[in-house]
Design a binder for this molecule. Structure first.
Ligand code: UDX
Length: 443
């Protein structure tokens, strides 16, 4: 068992902390907000994430997890400190201010500490940052690792408890050996690398999946213009054994192809910011990053594809009542960061539509644009007398909707399915004017 302090009670810090406690470590989460620390100590999650609340409760009860605002005390009383602070992009470049500030404060505590201590960077940072920015700020003799996270929101607890691999970038053999003890109970492959290799693995992973999504969205646009339904294309392409290999009659790693589905574009706290930071990094070392650049460009315009489909049916959207189902960037999370829904809603408002929006969990941000949106308490209220609907997030509640749910409420049953969650033929047969990403209604 290791004593771990985690700097940052954001999403990554908290999920990492609670899962490391579940793996038998003693964890203290350090944040700035007193109220958040209080919530965690009362067994309550500040975020909506399946399974997080109950695991926090359990770990707090077992006294393996606490939260505090006392940074220095937490670092002094632990063997390992994990940095999980935010690394946002400013002007499309990574901003390492929070990393630097936290490292300075850790260094200040560690300069008086005699026992060996390892600092590990969990935040996503550009290659070279741990070695060139974090290391020089720490006292000599402190162990240093870079341990990227691969958590998917909505599935984060499961991903943290049962990762497919653990990547540990190490300054030297001792740092990696001591740090890896926190994952003693995990049986998955553990990959020990240099610090910058670990950093590059994280960006490559995110860029690959983002590229698959933008590629699938480019194919959706081509399909649409060709008069082909992209779902029929992917249904056949996805069965290629090279994408989802079959071993002993069983298809393995079906999850891989889950990133080759066309939709309104990727959002969330990672792909949009990390692809931009990665592009800036590549350019700073003289590489154009043409693929990554195209991935970003396709994604920036992808949400607007849904508006074009609606305009095809309704011509002008001015004064039309348009329902938008889903604000979160994907289901099972209340996270709206970079959600395509926000771009779609802003554009609808710009085109002077009257927007009625619904989400089972997420809330719209403040601001003049979103003040003009009516938030509906239920799906049926959102659909009432609507001239059209865009289904943006594939929440289970929306997947269950039948043609009749739309027809009975809407003024005109015009459905734009941004996630292709409905059976096109059933909807068309039932008299719905159905279109979606990668399929245009020809009438
Ligand atoms: C991602 C990475 O998957 C994870 O490894 C990393 O640690 C953080 O970033 P997350 O942002 O939680 O995780 O969500 P993910 O499930 O990967 O989806 C990202 C976006 O891509 C969502 O907006 C989703 O709707 C979209 N997406 C995904 C598609 O549009 N099509 C797909 O086929 C798959």
């Amino acid at each position: 068992m290791k004593k771990i302090s985690i700097i940052g009670t954001g999403y990554v810090g908290l999920v990492t902390g609670v899962s490391l406690a579940a793996l038998g470590n003693s964890v203290v989460c350090v944040g700035r907000q007193e109220s958040k620390a209080k919530d965690i100590n009362h067994g309550k999650s500040p975020y909506y994430e399946p399974g997080l609340d109950s695991l926090i409760k359990d770990m707090v009860k077992k006294k393996r997890l606490t939260a505090t605002t006392d940074f220095d005390m937490a670092v002094a009383n632990s063997d390992i400190t994990i940095l999980a602070v935010g690394t946002p992009t400013i002007n499309n470049k990574i901003d390492l201010t929070a990393i630097k500030e936290a490292t300075r404060q850790i260094a200040n505590v560690l300069k008086n500490k005699k026992i060996y201590h390892v600092v590990a960077v969990k935040s996503t940072v550009v290659p070279g940052a741990t070695e060139n920015i974090v290391k020089p700020l720490l006292p000599s003799g402190v162990g240093l690792c870079m341990n990227p996270e691969f958590l998917r929101e909505g599935n984060a607890v499961e991903d943290a408890l049962h990762p497919d691999r653990i990547v540990i970038g190490q300054l030297n053999e001792k740092s990696g050996r001591v740090f890896s003890e926190i994952y003693k109970k995990n049986t998955c492959p553990k990959i020990f690398t240099s610090l910058k290799t670990a950093e590059l693995i994280k960006y490559t992973s995110n860029a690959l999946f983002a590229a698959l999504i933008s590629f699938s969205n480019e194919i959706a646009r081509i399909s649409q213009k060709t008069g082909v339904d992209v779902v029929n294309v992917w249904d056949a392409v996805h069965l290629d054994n090279r994408l989802a290999p079959v071993v002993n009659g069983k298809r393995i790693r079906p999850g891989f192809i889950s990133y080759l589905y066309s939709g309104p574009g990727f959002g969330g706290s990672c792909f949009p910011k990390d692809t931009k930071a990665f592009r800036a990094y590549a350019q700073s070392i003289g590489e154009n990053a043409q693929v990554i650049d195209s991935v970003i460009k396709i994604n920036d315009s992808q949400p607007l594809q849904t508006i074009a489909l609606l305009q095809k049916e309704l011509k002008s959207l001015k004064g039309k009542k348009i329902a938008v189902l889903g604000f979160s960037f994907k289901p099972d999370t209340d996270d709206i960061r970079e959600s395509p829904a926000l771009t779609i809603i802003s554009e609808l408002i710009r085109l002077k539509a009257h927007v009625i929006a619904h989400d089972p969990v997420a809330k719209l941000p403040d601001g003049t644009i979103f003040k003009q949106v009516t938030v509906a308490p239920s799906v049926s209220k959102a659909l009432e007398k609507a001239d059209g609907v865009i289904v943006v997030t594939s929440w289970q509640d929306y997947k269950k909707l039948t043609p009749d749910d739309f027809k009975s409420k809407m003024k005109q049953a015009i459905v734009v399915d941004a996630r292709r969650i409905y059976d096109k033929n059933t909807f068309v047969k039932a008299g719905i004017r159905y279109s979606g990403i990668g399929y245009e209604n020809e009438n």
